[in-house]
Design a protein around this ligand. Structure first.
Ligand code: NAP
Length: 420
């Protein structure tokens, strides 16, 4: 397992919200696999920088890329680049202690934060900004993030969906949690839950997930405000058209949408003439992730994925490249929860094994990577190096009854790994 960072687990460590420790329990699967003979972890080794794809292809019978979707999708509206307009992914990486994001400074001194998007990441961001010290303290969020969130002047977190309650991409468990916050009210305007005919028809045939989402929203809409602290306000059928401000974000201009079914039956948002300017101090764009190309590896730039069939990576002529596979978000795009990606990885590995049995895999002589990496002069983190980081983090956490207190800088991580 080759990894750019000194630590394994990808989004389980650096993406899953700190207040969702149960979701992180999947890391035990990694721990079990790592104990198997033949497994090796090589951290701090970036493909395309320390080692090239073509070198890996010469060294291994098969390669599976599972490098995810490392950047955010853009809105493509004026003002998107203003200071104070952030990709939600940046905030998530920052509060989770990603060593490349610790230098970011989020100005949370405004009274309103706007989150654009109606997916689970948007809910994570809105919820994290609304948590109290009591809720944050027992988690593995970084200490600077606790202080920044608790000390923020934010009174309202406004979440904007371009389509309606029936089309929201979030899941019921995550939505329900928004109504269980110790220091924040959830606000939904009942008028925004009135459905257009196309959405009503969609709801009638919709999955349990969608039906439950809509029920939960109705329950939220029936609540009175308790005035306990911050407010999370969910709005629907509005799109940002510009992020406004002189030197930094001061407001977002939105347009009201009506919904209509297109030729394929998909319900899409169509702008009306109704516009509104909402003042705010900070904006988090949470409209999805996007994959990034690796040098020399086939890539479909518009989809942000590797062209593939079930995980077999395809060449320009659409033929599988022997020994080259992909799994997870770089295979399918940034959709689905952890369970979806487990199933997806199984599909890829089944095909790899099928190819191995059919004698399709190129056979490479064993060994060789250590020599190459040594030539490049990098400080490789082995699994025992990661275990040393893990022990230190857990020990720091134990003193504070937290699962761990993360090491968040490259220097700290490399030093801890060396100590192991
Ligand atoms: P997502 O589920 O794809 O949601 C993206 C949201 O952005 C959608 O509501 C989408 O609306 C909206 N959007 C896209 N382009 C837009 C635009 N130009 N203007 C306004 N809105 C726009 O993506 P995500 O929230 O980043 O999550 C990624 C994946 O990780 C998802 O599968 C999610 O479930 C998963 N995840 C799971 C958890 C969890 O299990 N707790 C936590 C975090 C993430 P449309 O539908 O109209 O396109």
């Amino acid at each position: 397992m080759i990894e750019r960072l000194p630590t394994p687990w990808g989004l389980v460590r650096l993406g899953v919200a700190p207040d969702h420790p149960k979701l992180k329990e999947v890391s035990r699967v990694y721990e079990k696999i790592a104990q198997r003979p033949g497994f090796r972890f090589l951290g701090n080794v970036e493909v395309g920088k320390v080692i090239e794809h073509r070198e890996l292809m010469r060294l291994y019978d098969a390669i599976i890329y599972a490098n995810g979707a490392q950047t955010d999708r853009r809105l493509g509206i004026p003002g998107e680049e203003l200071p104070g307009s952030w990709a939600a992914t940046g905030l998530v990486a920052w509060y989770n202690g990603h060593p490349d994001f610790q230098g970011l400074t989020f100005d949370l001194s405004g009274e309103r934060a706007i989150v654009i998007g109606n997916g689970n990441v948007a809910l994570d961001v809105a919820r994290m900004l609304a948590l109290t010290r009591g809720e944050l303290a027992p988690t593995d969020i970084t200490d600077p993030a606790i202080e920044a969130i608790v000390g923020a002047s934010i009174r309202e977190i406004l979440v904007l969906g371009r389509r309606g309650p029936v089309q929201a991409a979030w899941t019921p468990t995550e939505l329900r949690e928004m109504g269980e916050l110790a220091g924040a009210d959830i606000v939904v305007d009942p008028a925004e839950l009135e459905l257009d005919p196309a959405s009503a028809a969609e709801l009638a045939d919709a999955s349990n997930i969608v039906q439950r989402n809509v029920e939960i929203l109705h329950e939220f809409a029936s609540r009175d405000s308790s005035g306990i602290g911050r407010t999370v306000h969910l709005r629907f059928c509005v799109s940002p058209v510009a992020i406004l401000g002189e030197e930094s974000v001061e407001a977002v201009e939105i347009v009201r949408n009506r919904l209509e079914a297109d030729a394929t039956g998909r319900i899409r948002a169509v702008s009306t003439d109704e516009r509104e300017v909402i003042r705010c101090g900070i904006v988090f764009r949470s409209v999805g992730y996007h994959g990034v190309a690796l040098p020399e590896v086939p890539f479909d730039a518009s989809a942000g994925t590797m062209p593939n069939e079930g995980g077999r990576v395809l060449d320009e002529g659409g033929r599988p490249i022997p020994g080259l596979y992909c799994a997870g978000w770089i295979k399918r795009g940034p959709t689905g929860v952890i369970g979806t990606n487990k199933k997806d990885a199984t599909e890829t590995v089944d095909l790899l094994l099928e190819d191995a049995r059919a004698g399709v895999l190129p056979e490479r002589p064993a060994g060789g990577i250590d020599g190459l990496i040594a030539e490049r002069g990098v400080d490789v983190i082995t699994y025992s190096g990661w275990e040393a980081i893990d022990v230190i983090e857990r020990a720091r956490g134990e003193k504070q009854s937290r699962p761990r207190v993360k090491l968040c800088t490259w220097d700290e991580l490399l030093a801890a790994a060396r100590s192991g």
